[in-house]
Design a protein around this ligand. Structure first.
Ligand code: DAH
Length: 343
């Protein structure tokens, strides 16, 4: 009898701790404890081994135990019917939570956003265009007719099944697409990814990012171009930055220029980043060529405009002190997570 009572105590503890959730858990409980071959039935069978003077006492204890078991079964069943799992009910709120990794912006996105937001403050709005482009928008309309030597400046990936299509080599295709819409004046800033068939190394890649700008209106002059870009570099690099324009050549602008800024690392003294010149080349620009305007049905006698284009990778390398352009596209979390909290 004493042994039986001890067994009952152990069973009680097991029942209390039982927490297999859902309808299945409840059914399993019923079979183990309350079924025809279950524990309660077998304990009833023990009655015959109990001395007769203690039968009443044991009967009562057993009855209690049965009620206790049935109550547990009912609560399991109810929880299952309410769609709650017993585990959810038993949740331990003092345990530490699961760690949710915090993401970060990609350094290229951060640099692009910085560039774009400066021009947005000057009233430029963002325009985008396709990365898979046709010859007209990437070359011909930009005054690079077929067999023009300037096409060799940009090594192009063509779509092998239809070479009329290519991966854009610059964001200047967006200029054409926006001008073709025929809504003037036009003041746009165009960020995007571009592709060139180049050997991949620490300094160059077969895809990278550019930001293009375009302003078309009556009486837009080279002075407007200079002042706009000067404002940009001051916002971007600080008021002590110096700029210089060097004459250059682009088929879609005339005159064309390249703009340099004084090296921000050595403050113009000369270092290995600026190759001891004191200057860093940051963008190409110029007055939109009249032929380009004509290609987009804009009257070059009435309208003029300026355009510029710059890379995003190089300023990002400089700003964040990165020495290999390939890191931007390898998606290595050890690299990317260093930009948490950086803006
Ligand atoms: N499209 C040129 C390039 O990829 C950059 C550029 C230069 C864009 C001058 C312009 C511009 O709009 O006026 O090298």
């Amino acid at each position: 009898m004493e042994q039986l009572l001890q067994q009952l105590e152990t069973h009680r503890k097991d029942i209390e701790a039982y927490h297999t959730p859902g309808a299945e858990g409840a059914e399993q409980f019923r079979i183990t404890y309350l079924g025809t071959k279950g524990l309660v039935k077998s304990l009833m069978g023990e009655m015959k081994n109990v001395p007769s003077e203690r039968k009443k006492e044991f009967g009562q204890i057993l009855n209690d135990f049965k009620q206790f078991t049935e109550a547990k079964y009912n609560s399991l069943k109810e929880a299952a019917e309410n769609g709650q799992t017993a585990a959810a009910v038993d949740i331990d709120l003092t345990l530490p939570g699961d760690i949710i990794p915090v993401g970060s912006r990609h350094p290229i996105s951060m640099m692009r956003n910085r560039i774009v937001s400066i021009f947005q403050r000057l009233g430029f709005s963002v325009a985008e265009g396709p990365e898979i482009e046709d010859d007209w928008h990437n070359f011909t309309a930009l005054n690079l007719p077929e067999h023009h030597p300037a096409r060799d400046m940009q090594d192009t990936f063509y779509i092998s099944t239809d070479p009329a299509w290519l991966l854009r080599t610059h964001t200047s295709n967006i200029q054409i697409r926006e001008m073709e819409k025929g809504r003037l004046p036009l003041r746009i800033i165009c960020p995007g990814r571009v592709y060139r068939n180049e050997t991949i190394s620490a300094r160059s890649h077969c895809f990278f990012h550019q930001v293009e700008g375009l302003y078309i209106d009556e009486n837009v002059s080279f002075a407007d171009l200079k002042q706009t870009l000067y404002f940009f570099v001051q916002e971007m690099y600080g008021n002590d930055v110096k700029v210089r324009f060097r004459p250059s050549y682009f088929p879609f602008t005339e005159p064309s220029a390249e703009m340099d800024i004084s090296c921000q690392l050595c403050k113009g003294v000369g270092c290995n980043v600026c190759k001891y010149t004191g200057w860093l080349e940051i963008l190409g620009c110029g007055m939109v060529h009249p032929k380009v305007l004509e290609h987009c049905n804009i009257d070059p006698e009435k309208y003029t405009g300026f355009a510029f284009g710059m890379g995003v990778e190089r300023p990002a390398l400089l700003k964040y002190g990165i020495n290999d352009i390939r890191l931007f596209s390898e998606n290595d979390v050890r690299f990317l997570k260093q930009f948490r909290g950086v803006v």
